[in-house]
Design a protein around this ligand. Structure first.
Ligand SMILES: Cc1ncc(C[n+]2csc(CCOP(=O)(O)OP(=O)(O)O)c2C)c(N)n1
Ligand SMILES: CC(=O)[C@@H](O)[C@H](O)COP(=O)(O)O
Ligand SMILES: [Mg+2]
Length: 638
């Protein structure tokens, strides 16, 4: 029987003698690799944090002591050690364990995570709350070097250093974000090794100088006085010490004995502490060590070869089409620059980065800065395309308004992962973008029905002299032929795809093919549909929509966005403003709740956004609503 099988909680872990812990790490890695090879998940980061999880639960008294895993994608070992071993095979599956930490899942998860760089703020909040409650527990934030590139982390450090609370931050430095980590901080952290060499060199030099009569001693005294600036110039400690943190490290984050002994000491300190540990992404599984970018977030794979076992994808993804189109368009327009916030692969910009390194900017996990940086470039005559996942763009809302839209600057927002993303769940679904963007003056908001339209929308965006967003989903495109010379689309023009007199289905983005399939399925039931591809959520094609709505008595709107304030709401407002009455409109979209994790197919079916769901809704609408009498149109607004 293995060691892991006997661990129901950290109390069982604490019973193990220290010398058995490395064997436990081996067993944990085996389980993680097995389950992720079946379910997909964040493998490399979790493999790198196995010893950290063991040492933390060995030393601290969780759940009274709180541990916050930043992003939470590295928390699989933590889950296995905190009573979730038996459910671990359900990781990221619908109804199963979350791929991140989640308060509702376990008392050992004090904070729900998924977006990066929240851990220090949350931990500081907990320390302050706990002290007000006269509790003496410890709070630990574990944050990666990539997540440490976000401003939010420094806002928290700034306050923590000022409050002087006994917060513990563990910086898990593997020199990687999803891609290779970027930025000045990253270079500072990787100077650690040379810093250590320098310490040795400095000691030797000091001894030598002291041995030189008179003059040598003077130089030694001067060098000693300058030692602090000299040392900190070269090591990362200075940065954290400037925030009033006691800095320890760097130590090897895979050496359990060292980790346990230093954590046991740190536990007793009363100051803010930063422990810098170095780890290897993918540790213990050779394939992931060799290719940590691929194994950061991976689908199903064969454990022996590391090769994907996911059904092969016959079509390109929207992301790939976006990436290829960017390269193509940038060949002909040197004003085009691309911005990513630490996701060159995920956003499809890796090829652009290779082809145009000077016109490619990875700002790190810094969405807010990325948007304002793009605004700066636009103000100087460039055409920045900011490619950010829908969910992460939420971070930059003020920058979109204040720095881009108010000034009407020509920034293109390429918003990937619009709609439900699947197994990453509620922290990652792109559920709100149409709603939060639709209310912004000057901003045009588009969503393509297929990959060819995505290309056309990019061309449209780059010709438009103002802010404009194109939003598209995760995963496979539709498989339509690609026009090598994509033509722009007139701003605000919808597309009527098919005509019928019983029902008007107005859809946006990925829901357009669903609307077309539902239209086909409704034909044999005697329901003839007009299907409109909205193309623009803002501005709407008011002429087309009002004209059709006046003629067709039943109206369905369809979107993979929150119903509140989304495409359907926009259509309703438009029809109301134009006095179309009565309004027999049924809006289909995501309800007013956070959508759980699971495969997109399951989730879309659950929310009635698959073909069967649309057919059901159409039949119910036909049954519920009598055809309206000839329409009275009272003009009210525009
Ligand atoms: C706000 C935000 N932007 C982007 C991401 C996507 N993302 C998830 S993990 C990650 C890299 C994190 O790097 P690091 O903190 O060093 O952890 P590692 O994977 O190296 O363990 C990124 C960019 C995110 N989760 N949140
Ligand atoms: C943890 C995280 O935020 C990312 O790794 C995210 O899971 C990537 O999602 P995609 O798989 O859609 O690129
Ligand atoms: Mg990292």
């Amino acid at each position: 029987m293995g060691l892991l099988e006997n661990i129901q909680s950290p109390a069982d872990l604490k019973k193990l003698p220290r010398q058995e812990l490395p064997q436990l790490a081996v067993e944990i890695r085996r389980v993680i690799v097995d389950v992720v090879s079946q379910n997909g998940g964040h493998l490399a980061s979790s493999l790198g944090a196995v010893e950290l999880a063991i040492a933390i639960h060995y030393v601290f008294d969780t759940p009274e002591d709180k541990v916050i895993w930043d992003v939470g994608h590295q928390s699989y070992a933590h889950k296995l050690l905190t009573g979730r071993r038996q459910q671990f095979a359900t990781l990221r599956q619908h109804g199963g364990l979350s791929g991140f930490t989640k308060r509702s899942e376990s008392p050992f998860d004090p904070f729900t995570t998924g977006h990066s760089s929240t851990s220090i703020s949350a931990a500081l909040g907990m320390v302050c709350a706990n002290r007000l409650q006269q509790k003496n527990n410890k709070v630990v934030a574990v944050i990666g070097d990539g997540s440490m590139t976000a401003g939010l982390a420094y806002e928290a450090m700034n306050q923590a250093g000022d409050l002087h609370k006994d917060l513990i931050v563990i910086l898990n430095d593997n020199d990687m974000s999803i891609a290779r980590n970027v930025g000045a901080l990253s270079s500072l952290l990787s100077r650690t090794l040379s810093g250590q060499r320098l310490q040795t060199w400095r000691k030797d030099l000091g001894e030598f100088l002291k041995s030189v009569p008179k003059i040598g001693d003077n130089i030694y005294q001067w060098a000693k006085r300058s030692e602090e600036s000299f040392k900190t110039f070269i090591t990362p400690g200075m940065l954290f010490e400037a925030f009033n943190f006691d800095y320890f490290g760097p130590i090897n984050g895979h050496n359990l004995a060292h980790l346990i002994s230093i954590l046991s000491n740190i536990k007793n300190l009363r100051d803010p502490v930063l422990l810098h540990v170095t780890t290897q992404k993918g540790k213990g599984y050779a394939r992931a060590e060799e290719n940590p970018v691929y194994f950061h977030g991976v689908g199903c794979f064969d454990v022996t070869t590391g090769a994907s076992t996911a059904p092969s994808c016959p079509l390109p993804t929207f992301t790939q089409v976006f990436g290829e189109t960017m390269v193509h368009l940038a060949e002909h327009d040197d004003r085009i620059v691309a911005v990513t916030a630490a996701m060159p692969e995920g956003t499809g910009l890796a090829a652009f980065a290779e082809r145009f390194p000077e016109r490619f900017f990875d700002v790190g996990i810094a969405e807010q800065h990325g948007v304002t940086f793009a605004a700066g470039m636009a103000a100087e005559g460039f055409r920045p395309v900011v490619a950010i996942y829908s969910t992460f763009l939420q971070r930059a809302y003020d920058q979109i308004i204040h720095d881009v839209c108010i000034e009407n600057l020509p920034v293109v927002f390429a918003i990937d992962r619009g709609g439900l993303v699947g197994e990453d769940g509620p922290t990652h679904h792109g559920q709100f973008d149409l709603s939060f963007l639709r209310s912004l003056p000057n901003l045009v908001v588009m969503a393509p029905k297929d990959e060819n339209e995505l290309r056309r929308m990019l061309v449209t965006a780059l010709r438009h002299d103002g802010p404009i967003a194109v939003r598209y989903p995760r995963g496979m495109a539709v498989g339509v032929p690609i026009d090598p010379n994509p033509a722009p689309i007139p701003i605000g023009k919808a597309e009527v795809l098919t005509e019928g007199d019983d029902m008007l289905i107005m859809a946006i983005g990925r829901m357009v093919p669903v609307a077309m399939a539902a239209c086909e399925a409704l034909k044999p039931l005697g329901i003839a549909c007009t299907v409109v591809n909205g193309r623009f959520v803002k501005p709407l094609d008011s002429q087309c929509i009002v004209r059709l709505a006046e003629r067709i008595p039943h109206i369905l709107t369809l979107e993979d966005n929150a119903l509140q304030g989304g495409f359907g709401s926009a259509v309703l407002e438009l029809l109301n403003d134009h006095g179309v009455s009565p309004l027999n409109v049924q809006r289909l979209g995501l309800p007013d709740r956070f959508v759980e994790h699971g495969s997109p197919a399951i989730l879309y079916a659950e929310y009635g956004l698959d073909v069967a769901g649309v057919v059901r809704a159409a039949r119910q609408l036909m049954a519920r609503v009598q055809p309206r009498p000839p329409v009275t149109v009272v003009a009210r607004g525009n």
